[in-house]
Design a protein around this ligand. Sequence first.
Ligand code: SER
Length: 317
Amino acid sequence: MKNVLVIGSTGQIGSELTAKLRSLYPGGNIVAGYIKGAEPKGELLEGGPCAEVDVRDGSGLAAIADKYSIDTVYNLAALLSAKAEVKPLLAWDIQVNGLINILEVAREKGFAVFTPSSIGSFGPETPRVNTPQDTIQRPRSMYGVTKVATELLSDYYFNKYGVDTRSVRFPGLISHVTLPGGGTTDYAVEIFYAAVKGEDFACPIPAGVFMDMMYMPDALKAAIDIMNADPSKLVHRNSFNIASMSLDPEMLRKVISARIPAFKMHYELDPVREKIAESWPDKMDDSCAREEWGWAPAFDLDSMADDMIAALRVKLG
Ligand code: SER
């Protein structure tokens, strides 16, 4: 990896991944791709090249790939799960038609492609605990439908055309730089903001509903390590289960209250998110990622909570 295009660089993952890649590969072009209305600002804008890239425009993408001699594309353009239920056809257009455009350009230009999958690619029939790497995937949400299609298309282009596609199934991501938006796991980020601001948190997910979660530094490490992995060791490609913690709202309440005793939370359930959350794994089995490319997370619940609260205290004054 040297010349990398991050599509969706102003989003929750993209903003931090772009900065991390720029620090790791100072001699390369790490291009922050954005769409109109989500332009990069500050460090993201000033720290390296930026380019408008809409995944629905393959020729625009090909021009940027040529201009910067792109060898790797991180395709992070997506509508998250709850938002995709409001605009299912737009989600399909961005996540599936957009990916086909990218893969077609990748065939021609020879760059590698990372398109994240998610816990959302599983459904109610999937084993919830220790969800295997290879198992039933019958999601009910449009987000999940697009993620399964994404995994299959990525493997198809690898097997048929040799496009170097690799990816991971991200858990809900907890981070403090850029807020997620429209996801089912967003509550696990918002709860920290509310706690640090001294607000009473209205939790949309019921107590006892567990989902895989991960702290952003581990997610970035996974996204970079999988693209640098020795391809001869990869039995799987799209996409690897990766896991670090399995949480429900009460576990988060407890870990936050231990650090911010005045923290208050009550439940105001969101039926759309509740139904989606109940259909997702509690805890994925990530042994294939560990064996095939050495995946290992660094953060657990306590170290994540310490770091999140400290960072948000600085950020929110
Ligand atoms: N964080 C995503 C969502 O909640 C799942 O990958 O939609």
